[in-house]
Design a protein around this ligand. Structure first.
Ligand code: PEP
Length: 265
């Protein structure tokens, strides 16, 4: 088996999967207990075949970093957004360099909640992804159609145009990650049909190959939207699904571990 391959209950994936938890605007200092619990659960899992990332609110990063750096299990940390500039007069914002400085290796950019709450455009998302790469972080670039667009049969067109606008064309495959998150599936308990996820992920793979060349084959494409322990096995087994971006079910160590178990042999 090649070093970067991951095992999903006996199925070998080309790219080592990543399961990322997006805590959104949830959690106070005592939430560090969930990270300690998660580390204990991960220690008990035999041969975990995926990387595990937690993206808490920025206020918790240094607390979590103190615990993660002392732990026995390789738990990764990420931010939920970054500014496109390195520093400057941007009250309330956080730069990619600041995230790197506090111990992050990843940052989510272009999450649908940022795109809708803060009117983020593809151009802004691309600039943030570039800033992340320059700071030595791996951006997780989110794309996905709304309910209205899905019903109108525009899923592939919308996702293609988001990819073309948001992915820095000069990046190498291992420098970025894509998360396909149908907006209507986020936090709703609704999940697309397996065939629909397979079709969109295959199209994303093809589109990335056209934007990035060979690197498009290597990069990881995550699925996000109501991933839970009871549907993770089915979703993660789909071709070109190289892991998950998890919201609600990443907040509690027990729920998150239930998802991670699909990658444990
Ligand atoms: C998300 O916010 O990225 C997400 C996928 O949320 P949930 O898992 O709660 O649907």
């Amino acid at each position: 088996m090649r070093q970067n391959e991951g095992v999903y209950v006996g199925i070998v994936k080309n790219n080592r999967p990543l399961v990322a938890g997006n805590w959104k605007m949830n959690g106070l200092k005592n939430a560090v207990q969930e990270i300690i619990k998660l580390q204990t659960s991960l220690q008990d899992l035999v041969s975990l075949g995926c990387d595990v990332l937690v993206c808490p609110p920025a206020t918790l990063l240094s607390h979590f970093e103190a615990v993660v750096s002392e732990g026995q299990v390789p738990l990764l940390l990420g931010g939920q957004d970054c500014h496109m500039a390195v520093s400057g007069a941007h009250t309330g914002d956080i730069s990619a360099q600041m995230l790197k400085d506090v111990g992050c290796e990843y940052v989510i950019v272009g999450h649908s909640e940022r795109r809708s709450d803060h009117n983020e455009t593809n151009e802004m998302v691309q600039a943030k992804a570039k800033a992340a790469i320059e700071a030595g972080l791996i951006p997780i670039i989110c794309v996905g159609e709304s309910e209205e667009e899905r019903v109108a049969g525009q899923t592939l067109t919308v996702v293609t145009s988001q990819l073309r606008g948001s992915v820095p064309p000069e990046s190498k495959g291992n420098e970025i990650i894509i998360a396909y998150e149908p907006v209507w599936a986020i936090g709703t308990g609704k999940v697309p049909e397996v065939k629909d996820v397979a079709d969109v992920h295959q199209m994303i793979r093809k589109e990335l190959a056209s934007i990035l060349g060979h690197g498009g084959q290597e990069l990881r494409i995550l699925y996000g939207g109501s991933v839970k322990a009871d549907n993770a096995g089915t979703l993660m087994a789909i071709d070109n699904v190289d892991g998950a971006l998890v919201g609600g079910a990443s907040l509690r160590a027990d729920d998150f571990t239930g998802i991670l178990k699909v990658y444990s042999s």
